[in-house]
Design a protein around this ligand. Structure first.
Ligand SMILES: Cc1ncc(COP(=O)(O)O)c(C=O)c1O
Length: 368
C-alpha cells in the first residue's frame, strides 16, 4: 500500500508529531528474532524507543534481555518487569549510587553493568559491597569505534582479573559494540567484522582457559546483526531495527525491516513561490546527521535550504502544490534521537491516531 502512513484523522493530530505503527513494530520484532536465530539471542537496545508500551510488546514476543544507555531507560525496563537489563554505559560519579538504589528497589530484575576502567570498577565494587549488593560487570571492549572500552589484549585480561577479585562485583562476560562498522556491502562489512572481533574471540578463549567464568558476550548493532548472529551464543544488541529509519536503510540495503515511526508535519509558510516551510525544526527531528534529516513522502525531489529550531525550509518547483496547512509525512534519517525530542508519540491503529504513549525515558531521571 503506497500511502500506508496517511491518517484518516490527520486533521485532529497536531504537528510536529511522531506516529508509531504497532503492527509494523511487531513485524519488526518477528524479523529481529528470525534474523538473530532465536529470541534468546536478542538483547535489543531500549534507547531507540524509550517507551513502556514497546517494552511490553517486546516482552510479549518473548524477549527477556534488554540493553540500555541511561539510568532512566534501565529503570523503565525494571518498571515494565524486564527480567534482565544491561546498562551498557560506564557508571561514574553519583550514577553509581543511583544504579545501586535501583537494584535494591527492583529485586525481580537482574541488572548488569559494563566497565573499562580500574578506578571506576574499584568504586563500583566498594559501593556495591557497602550496600550489600553484588553487581555483574561485563568488561567493555574497544573493537575499533574508539568511543569506550579497552583493547582486547593483556590489559583486558588484567581488568577481568580485577572484576573477579573485587568484592561486590561478579564477572559478567564481555561487551563489544561495533558502531563503526557500516560498510554498505554486506561482504565488506563481514570482512571488517571478522577482523574487529577476532581479538574478542581470542580473549574469550583465553579467559575460559584460565578457568574464569564468561557468562555472555554481547555485541552488534543493526549493521552487524546478521553477521554476529552466525556466532553461536553471542547476544545481539540491535536498536534501530524496532522502528527502522532511512539512515539504516541506506547503510544496510541487505536488511529488510519496516518503517514503523513516521513524522507528521505541516506547511506553515510559503515565503517565496518556490519555498515550503515546515514545522519540523531540529527540535522535532534529529539533526546531528547531514541534511536531509527526513525523507518526506511526495517531496523527495525538494532541496534542503535551511533548518532552524522549529523550521525546516525546502525548495521545490512543485511548491505551489503545498499550500499552507498541507500535512506532509516523512521518515527520519536517525529515529533514536528523534523519539527523544518528543514528549509523546501518537499510536496509529486501523489508519487512525487513537492514543498517545508518553516517551517516559526521554527524561534523565525517573526514580521509581
Ligand atoms: C552500545 C550500543 N549497543 C547497541 C546499539 C544499537 O545499534 P543500532 O542503532 O545500530 O541498532 C547502540 C547504538 O548506538 C549502542 O550505542
Amino acid at each position: 500500500m503506497s500511502d500506508w502512513f496517511r491518517l484518516q484523522n490527520e486533521a485532529e493530530v497536531p504537528s510536529p508529531s511522531v506516529l508509531i505503527f504497532p503492527e509494523r513494530v511487531e513485524e519488526n520484532l518477528r524479523r529481529m528474532i528470525r534474523l538473530a536465530g532465536g529470541v534468546d539471542r536478542l538483547r535489543p537496545h531500549v534507547k531507540t524507543h524509550k517507551l513502556a508500551e514497546v517494552l511490553a510488546l517486546e516482552l510479549k514476543h518473548g524477549i527477556t534481555k534488554f540493553k540500555t544507555a541511561t539510568i532512566a531507560e534501565t529503570e523503565l525496563c525494571a518498571r515494565a518487569g524486564a527480567p534482565d537489563v544491561l546498562l551498557a554505559y560506564p557508571l561514574v560519579g553519583p550514577n553509581i549510587g543511583r544504579f545501586l538504589r535501583m537494584m535494591a528497589h527492583f529485586p525481580a530484575t537482574t541488572f548488569r553493568a559494563v566497565g573499562d576502567d580500574s578506578a571506576s570498577l574499584k568504586a563500583l565494587g566498594a559501593a556495591a559491597a557497602a550496600a550489600g549488593l553484588t553487581v555483574e560487570v561485563l568488561l567493555d571492549l574497544n573493537v575499533g569505534m574508539n568511543r569506550t572500552g579497552v583493547t582486547p589484549d593483556e590489559a583486558a585480561v588484567e581488568l577481568y582479573r580485577q572484576i573477579l577479585a573485587t568484592p561486590g562485583l561478579l564477572p559478567g562476560g564481555l561487551h563489544a559494540y561495533d558502531g563503526h562498522l557500516h560498510q554498505r556491502s554486506r561482504e565488506e562489512r563481514a570482512v571488517a567484522a571478522q577482523a574487529a572481533f577476532a581479538p574478542v574471540w581470542e580473549l574469550e578463549k583465553q579467559l575460559r582457559s584460565l578457568g574464569w567464568p564468561v557468562p555472555r558476550v554481547v555485541a552488534s548493532g543493526t549493521p552487524t546483526l546478521p553477521l554476529l548472529a552466525q556466532r553461536p551464543g553471542v547476544e545481539l544488541g540491535a536498536g534501530t531495527t524496532v522502528f527502522w529509519d532511512f539512515g539504516q536503510a541506506e547503510t544496510c540495503p541487505d536488511l529488510d525491516f519496516l518503517e514503523a515511526a513516521v513524522l507528521l508535519t505541516r506547511v506553515i509558510s510559503r515565503p517565496t513561490p518556490e519555498r515550503i516551510t515546515l514545522d519540523l525544526g531540529h527540535k522535532a527531528v534529529a539533526s546531528e546527521m547531514p541534511a536531509p534529516r527526513v525523507r518526506l513522502f511526495g517531496l523527495e525531489d525538494a532541496t534542503f535550504v535551511m533548518h532552524s529550531e522549529e523550521h525546516l525550509v525546502l525548495e521545490s518547483p512543485r511548491a505551489a502544490q503545498f499550500p499552507v496547512g498541507t500535512v506532509v509525512y516523512g521518515i527520519p534519517r536517525h529515529v533514536c534521537p528523534t523519539i527523544a525530542l518528543h514528549q509523546e508519540v501518537q499510536v496509529v491503529r486501523s489508519g487512525r491516531a487513537s492514543e498517545a504513549w508518553p516517551v517516559i525515558a526521554r527524561a534523565r531521571r525517573i526514580e521509581f
